[in-house]
Every structure is written in C-alpha cells, then in structure tokens.
Design a protein around this ligand. Structure first.
Ligand code: UD1
Ligand code: CA
Length: 453
C-alpha cells in the first residue's frame, strides 16, 4: 500500500497571540510541527506533504526536512480546501492519511491501529470527551453505524450533546478523496470547505467508516492557545519521565524534570529536581545530577557527581569528576577524569587533565591543563587581548597560588609553583617557584584618613 500523508498547518493560530506561526511554537524544545512530522515519518510513508499558509517561509526554514513536500494554501478556506491543495502531489498514492500540525501528541501506535483497522473504506480517529465543546461531533445511527460529522457551529441541541468527537485524523482512499473533495461546498455556518463532510459522502456511496480510538485521549488534543501548549508540555514531560523511570533512572520528582532532547542513561543514575536536559545527553553509570542543573549536549562518563545549579554545554566529562555547585562549563571543554570543578568556576574550550582541581572562583579559557594540577581560588586565564584569543598551557602537577592572572599565551612548566597574586606574562620554569608581584613593604607611621567632625 502506497501511503501519502498530508499535515495541515496553514491555520493562523490567532489565539496564540504571537508573531511566530503556531506550528513553530516549541513543545519540549522542538516546534509542534516537528513532533507531528517525526510521528508521520515513523510510518514510512511514500510521500509527506505539509500544507502551510501564514509565515510559510519561516515554517519551511525551521523544519528543514528533506523528505517533506510543501504546498502553500494562500487563503485558509477550510480543512477540505487545505487537503485539496495537496492532492496534485498525492495522485499516485493508494491512501492518504490526514494529520494536523497542531495536534502533536498523536502516537505512532495509534496511527498504525487506524491504518490496520481501515484496510478497506475510510478510517476515522475519534475520542469521547466529558466536554466535547468546540469539536466536530460523530453522529451515529441507533445501530451504531457512523452517519456523518457535524461541526459545533452547525450542530443542533441534540447533536451538541454527543460526546464522541472527531480528532480530525482520517485515512481515505486517494481515489475517493479526490472525488469527494470536489463535491465539498462551503454552505455551512463558517462558510468553509469542511473535510469532515466527506464522511457523509462515504456513507452515501456505501463505503465503510472504521472508527479507531487512540490509546490516550490526550493524543487528540490540539494546541490553540498557550494554556493548551503548557498542558501538553506537562503531559509529554510526564511520558518521558515515566519512560526513563521504567528504564531504571531515578527522578527525585518526575513532575519537576524536563527533557528537551534525548537522554541516554546508564544504571543507577539519579536526577534531582528541576534538571533540564537539552540536545543529546549521555550519562554513564552511577551519575548524580543535582537540583537546577542544565545539561546541553553533554557526554558524562561513570560515577560523576554534578551538584546543584550547574550549567554544562557541549562538553565531555570523564569518569569520577565532581562538579559544582554553581559551576559553568562551556563549549569545547573536556574534563578527562577525576577532575574537581568547584563553585563559581567557569571553564571554556579547555582540557583539564586527570585529577586536576579548580575549586573556587576561577576562569579557565583556551587552556591545556595537565594532570594533578591545583588551581588556587580566584585564578584567571587572561586569554583575550581585545582582538585575539590565546592559549594557556599548564603542565602536570603545577600549583597555581590564589588570585594569579595567567596572561596568555603562556606556559606554566611541570611541577612549577606560582605565588599567590602573581601576574604571569612570561613562561614559568618547571619545578621552580615563580613570583610576579610587587614586594610587600611597610610604610611606617602611615595613618588612614579620618572623617573630620
Ligand atoms: C477541525 C474539524 C473538527 C475536529 C477538530 C479537531 C473540520 C471542518 N473540523 O475543526 O471536526 O473536531 O478539527 O481538532 O475539519 N487548517 C488549514 N487550512 C485551513 C483550515 C485549517 O491548514 O483552511 C489546519 C489548521 O492549521 C489546523 C487544522 O487544519 O492544523 C484544523 O483546523 P481548525 O480550524 O483548528 O479546525 P477546527 O475548527 O478545530
Ligand atoms: Ca479551530
């Protein structure tokens, strides 16, 4: 069976009150449309067409998916009209599956169920809601056979009481769809070409309508405003948290956890509250991540302890490192192993050798640091001359006294000691003590100024 998928994404999304097209609003860090596309592509369709409208170029650029065809619907004349715009590209498909760009949580399994339930005839996905208001209602005969879909604005009082609603997701033979779309008319309360009218046409033409319900009603929920967006965000995060816990990850509070990318975790990983994971993150066995820490594209080896309030981005952390609280590790950093990074320390584009320690109030940038190095509190690499960045090299077992300024390019030799407060602008000899500061003098009899009464 040649399956074509059309994703409707031309609606303006006025209720979002945003300059960003609705389908680009992020859910778990990715545009709504990207979620629907991912699910669509998981079905391995022959063709996938996105119908876009307002802000179209923005949408195409943001999605940048090579396997997708784009069709513009310049005037939004209704869901039927939208599908019609995509039909020229779908002629050679056997069936067409219609999805909505703003219904992001529909799952692959539910769509597969819809497809297998409707080998012949039309497949329709419905759910039963306590509050069905706003949705199209599924009108059935007393026998239970589906008759038609009635939109909220066209419904009678009896029809408004129906709690089974149209999710909008349907599967139709291309041949039938072509024919029925041509028969649509905008003679209804909204003056639109309703896709939903094809259900009555199927019944008229003796084509069976097979109804499928998704595993979870939330799969049918659309995003119309920021409230619904926030609701779906929490649902999706809960699903992700549950999947991680089932895989053996401890989340100290699954309600206070956000995964906005992918997380691969080893055994006995514990995440404290308000951890945010973005991009691709890998955590080894026995890793602990403290409260309020953000990890973005980070690879962490076994038995690393990252304490509270750290921000770590585009970095590789070796085994047995201890980081934080309040550490910032910026792109291009590699902590080889057993490294200690303490509070108010910023590391950028640097490699820190085995067992080295930078424990307090330091900035280390563009630095190659050996193993067994100790960096005293307040030490700064002066890596920027106002125009260019320069490298600092600190060899094995060097000891840098507190509040030193290492003016790059500079090399601190193996086992060298730098006196506290030194401004080191020339290479420091291995194994020796280097001091670069003015001598301490005492001015006898000097008095601090006093305020006159
Ligand atoms: C539609 C269904 C309704 C269903 C509900 C489920 C119709 C007539 N009604 O109503 O039965 O219960 O969805 O959420 O189909 N779109 C376009 N071009 C258009 C109009 C809409 O691309 O000209 C897109 C929108 O961007 C959106 C989707 O189609 O992704 C649904 O449109 P919307 O206006 O929200 O339909 P509803 O009135 O909610
Ligand atoms: Ca609507």
């Amino acid at each position: 069976m040649k399956l074509g998928i059309v994703i409707l994404a031309a609606g303006q999304g006025t209720r979002m009150k945003s300059s960003l097209p609705k389908v680009l609003h992020p859910l778990a860090g990715r545009p709504l449309l990207a979620h629907v596309l991912e699910t669509a592509l998981s079905l391995q369709p022959e063709k996938t067409v996105v119908v876009y409208g307002h802000g179209g170029e923005l949408v195409r650029d943001a999605i940048n998916e090579p396997d997708v065809l784009w069709v513009e619907q310049s005037e939004q004349l209704g869901t039927g009209h939208a599908v019609q715009q995509a039909m020229p590209l779908l002629q050679d498909m056997d069936k067409v599956l219609v999805l909505y760009g703003d219904v992001p949580l529909v799952r692959e399994e539910s769509l597969r169920k819809l497809i297998s339930n409707a080998e012949s005839g039309v497949g329709l996905m419905t759910v039963t809601l306590k509050d069905p208001s706003g949705y199209g209602r599924i009108q059935r005969e007393p026998s239970g056979k589906v008759q038609c879909i009635v939109e909220q604005k066209d419904a009678s009082r009896e029809q408004l009481a129906i709690s089974e609603i149209n999710t909008g997701i349907m599967l139709v033979d291309t041949r039938h769809l072509q024919q029925w779309l041509q028969e649509l008319s905008p003679k209804n309360a909204q003056g639109e070409y309703y896709l939903t009218d094809i259900i009555a046409m199927a019944v008229r033409d003796g084509v069976d309508v097979h109804v499928t319900q998704p595993g979870d009603v939330v799969e049918a929920e659309g995003v119309n405003d920021r409230l619904q967006l926030a609701t779906l965000e929490r649902v999706l995060q809960r699903w992700r948290a549950e999947a991680l816990m089932r895989d053996g990850v401890t989340l100290l509070d699954p309600a206070r956890f956000d995964l906005r990318g992918s997380l691969l975790a080893g055994t006995d990983v514990t995440l404290d509250v308000n951890v945010i994971i973005e991009g691709r993150v890998v955590l080894g066995d026995g890793v602990f991540v403290g409260a309020n820490t953000v990890l973005r594209n980070v690879q962490v080896a076994d038995n690393v302890c990252i304490r509270e309030n750290c921000v770590i981005e585009d970095a590789v952390i070796g085994a047995d490192c201890a980081i934080g609280p309040f550490s910032r590790i910026r792109p291009g950093t590699r902590l080889t192993g057993g490294v200690h990074i303490g509070n108010f320390v910023e590391i950028k584009n640097s490699t820190i050798g085995l067992g080295s320690k930078v424990n307090h109030l330091s900035y280390i940038g563009d630095t190659q640091m050996g193993s067994g190095v100790n960096i005293g509190a307040g030490t700064i690499t002066c890596n920027y001359d106002g125009a260019y960045k320069h490298q600092t090299t600190i060899e094995d077992k060097a000891f840098i006294g507190s509040n030193a300024a290492l003016v790059a390019p500079v090399c601190i030799g193996e086992d060298a000691t730098i006196g506290a407060g030194s401004v080191v602008a020339k290479d420091a000899a291995a194994g020796e003590l280097t001091l670069a500061r003015s001598k301490q003098t005492t001015i006898k009899g000097w008095k601090r100024p006093k305020k006159e009464r």
